[in-house]
Design a protein around this ligand. Sequence first.
Ligand SMILES: NC(=O)c1ccc[n+]([C@@H]2O[C@H](COP(=O)([O-])OP(=O)(O)OC[C@H]3O[C@@H](n4cnc5c(N)ncnc54)[C@H](OP(=O)(O)O)[C@@H]3O)[C@@H](O)[C@H]2O)c1
Length: 188
Amino acid sequence: MPRVIYNTATTLNGFLADDEHSLSWLFVVPGADSAESAFSGFLTDIGALVMGSSTYEWILEHENLVEHPDKWSYRDIVSFVLSSRSLPLVAGADIRFRRGDIEEIWAELVDAARGKDVWLIGGGDLVGQFADAGHLDEVRVSVAPVTLEAGKPLLPRRIESDRLTLVSVRQSGQFAELVYTVGRGSAH
Ligand SMILES: NC(=O)c1ccc[n+]([C@@H]2O[C@H](COP(=O)([O-])OP(=O)(O)OC[C@H]3O[C@@H](n4cnc5c(N)ncnc54)[C@H](OP(=O)(O)O)[C@@H]3O)[C@@H](O)[C@H]2O)c1
C-alpha cells in the first residue's frame, strides 16, 4: 500500500487560503521561494497526487495552464482531481477527473502510484474524506507566520492525540515544518 501524505503550507491558525482562495499571504513570507525549491525532493517519492477542484482551478489560473500546458509541474505524477463538474484539461498531462467516495477511486489510486507515495495537495475537506476512509498516513505542515480572520480550513475533522503523533519538527527560515503520523481508525 502507498503511504498517503498530506503536505501543505498553512497559516498559524489553520487556513490553506483566504476566503477568496488567495495565497498572497504565503508568497510574501521571507524564504517562501527556497521552501518551495526544497519541496522538489519530496516529489521524487510521489507516484500519484490528489486535489479538489478549487485547488486545481487555482493552479490552472495561477499558471495560465490552458495556454501554457508546459508549465504543469507534475508530468511524472498521475494526478487525480475530484470534482462533480467538467473542468479544463491540461494538454499532455495525465490528469484523471473523478467524483464520489474515496473507496471508489482507491484501487485506481494505489495502482497509479506504482509503489510510490500518494500526495494529498488539499483542500482540507478532501483530506478529511481520506481520513474518514482510513487512508491518511501522514500530515506534513509548513506553518507560516501568518494569521487570517477566516479562510479555507486545513483539516476540518476531529482527529485527537490518540491518532496523531508528532515525529519531526524543523525550522526552515520563517516556516515551522511539523510532521505527524496518523493512526488508523475513523475520524469523528
Ligand atoms: N496553502 C497551501 O499550500 C495550499 C494547499 C492546497 C490548497 N490550497 C488552496 O486552498 C483552497 C482549498 O479550497 P477548498 O477548501 O474549496 O478545497 P478543494 O478540495 O480544492 O475543492 C473542494 C471542491 O472539490 C470538489 N470535491 C471534493 N471532494 C469531492 C469528491 N469526493 N467528489 C467530487 N467532488 C469533490 C467539490 O467541488 P465541485 O464538485 O463543485 O467541483 C468541492 O467543493 C484552494 O484555494 C487552494 O488553492 C492551498
